[in-house]
Design a protein around this ligand. Structure first.
Ligand SMILES: *[C@@H]1O[C@H](CO)[C@@H](O)[C@H](O)[C@H]1NC(C)=O
Length: 354
């Protein structure tokens, strides 16, 4: 009887946590530098195994995706996305939580989105990142290029559903904003509101309070250029209920901020501590889906090298034109001078004859 109670208790705990244990590791070759060996990490809970416990993870409209910009459809009807209430999320402190898979900040429903088919109110935001010394960390890719990290701001259709959990299981129940984060020169003060508190929640299930700050500042300044598609949660149970908006412009954090993100949190509650790293899912097949773009000049934003090349090209072009103009001008002048000489000669001869 006692055993049965214990078993039921354990089952209930599992159910409350949302089911089976899952991790990000997949059975690919992992290089362990500290042991200098090639170790095959065959985790039975890694992302390749999610569909076994969570069938929707094997669905045909999964996220993230690799957005190929030459394959997107320009939609001039896509309205601008307007985050409302983002600047001032009220007076209450916000809950910051290490849930073992990510760091998550609770958001009040006074933050909401305009510019989507329904009103979507905010519930939480969280981050995905890579690990020290290896590239990548974002979930979405643009033209097969991943960035160092990615911010997801999760919203639900509050007109149709009572809460996030209910909406998460319904088509179009959720709207998530995806912001690709790259490493820049300077510390990003908005991200610091989250990153500076990470050391308070190092272990799984630890929480802390964060003073409210402008969530708008976590987004790139320009929100006009974005991609839109139907997809899923990027973690189990992978419900295919998300209307995704992935911004073309990136946010930037400093090298130090990225290091803190990669090296502070643990994915475990007890010893042995395991660093919470590489919490991003690999891109999923697009299948029959269409990715819409709010803008037409698709393609990766130009790199400095490309801009330099373009500048040199224009300069060279101008130089050629100038040279051509110079030679033409010289030719014309020569011709005129020649004419004048002959005129002078003629007039001279006329004068002599006279
Ligand atoms: C998403 O799916 C719904 C329902 O099938 C459809 O009406 C809508 O146009 C789709 N949106 C996008 C961005 O593909």
């Amino acid at each position: 009887m006692l055993l049965l109670t214990l078993l039921l208790g354990a089952a209930a705990t599992l159910a409350a946590e949302g089911g089976q244990h899952w991790t990000y590791e997949d059975p690919v070759l992992t290089i362990r530098s500290h042991t200098s060996c090639f170790c095959r990490k065959a985790s039975p809970h890694g992302q390749d195994h999610w569909p076994a416990s969570y069938p929707e993870c094997g669905g045909n409209a999964q996220s993230p995706i690799d957005i190929q910009t030459d394959g997107v459809t320009f939609d001039p009807e896509l309205p601008a996305l307007q985050p409302q209430g983002y600047d001032q999320p009220g007076p209450e402190p916000l809950d910051l939580h290490n849930n073992g898979h990510t760091v998550q900040l609770s958001l009040p429903p006074t933050l909401y989105l305009e510019g989507l088919p329904q009103k979507f109110v905010a519930a939480q935001l969280h981050l995905h990142w890579g690990q020290k010394g290896s590239p990548g960390g974002s979930e979405h890719q643009i033209n097969s290029e991943a960035t160092a990290a990615e911010l997801h701001i999760v919203h639900y259709d509050s007109d149709s559903y009572d809460n996030l959990n209910e909406a998460a299981q319904r088509p179009q129940g959720l709207a998530v904003l995806g912001i690709l984060i790259e490493v820049g020169e300077t510390k990003n003060p908005a991200y610091e509101h989250i990153i500076s508190h990470l050391h308070e929640i190092r272990q799984k299930n630890q929480r802390t309070s964060v003073a409210p700050f402008s969530v708008r500042e976590l987004l790139p300044p320009e929100l006009g250029r974005f991609f839109r598609y139907n997809g899923s949660l990027t973690t189990p149970p992978c419900h295919q209920s998300v209307l995704w908006t992935v911004f073309s412009r990136r946010a930037q954090i400093s090298t130090g901020q990225l290091a803190e993100l990669q090296e502070t949190l643990f994915s475990t509650e007890e010893e042995p501590s395991e660093l919470l790293v590489h919490n991003y899912r690999a891109p999923q097949p697009l299948n029959q889906r269409v990715v819409f773009a709010s803008f037409i000049e698709v393609g990766p934003s130009r790199t400095t090298a490309e801009m330099l090349g373009l500048g040199m090209g224009i300069l060279l072009g101008c130089l050629c034109l100038l040279l051509a103009a110079y030679f033409i001008a010289r030719k014309i002048r020569k011709k005129r001078l020649g004419n004048r000489k002959s005129v002078a000669f003629t007039s001279g001869r006329v004068a002599a004859e006279a």
